[in-house]
Design a protein around this ligand. Sequence first.
Ligand code: CO
Length: 134
Amino acid sequence: MIGRLNHVAIAVSDLDAAVRTYRDTLGARVSAPLRLPEHGVVTIFVELPNTKIELLAPLGEDSPIAKFLARNPDGGIHHLCYEVDDILAARDRLKADGARVLGNGEPRIGAHGKPVLFLHPKDLCGTLVELEEA
Ligand code: CO
């Protein structure tokens, strides 16, 4: 059911410092920042030949990554994003197997303008998983 690894997301408290690390030290191509108020984050994508790294920084008062950064002040791997062909079919199959979909269970539009869903880490080997319809 899952396809390509679309991206690995790393939560950071200092987006400028993270950009300097990826662009200047590691020599990667880095996108402009994208503010996603409805997700409570600012994202920057690092383009790698085989996948992407999503740098995530909090936006607004009750950002969903604020608690994560309080526990991981240096930043850390936050989620993995897998591509699926049909996000509603994927969701229904996961729910039938007992996996919990975060939020209201309906896909939202993610950073690439495509529908995304997040799945509870407790149901997926301790890893927060994002599904994106590719
Ligand atoms: Co993501």
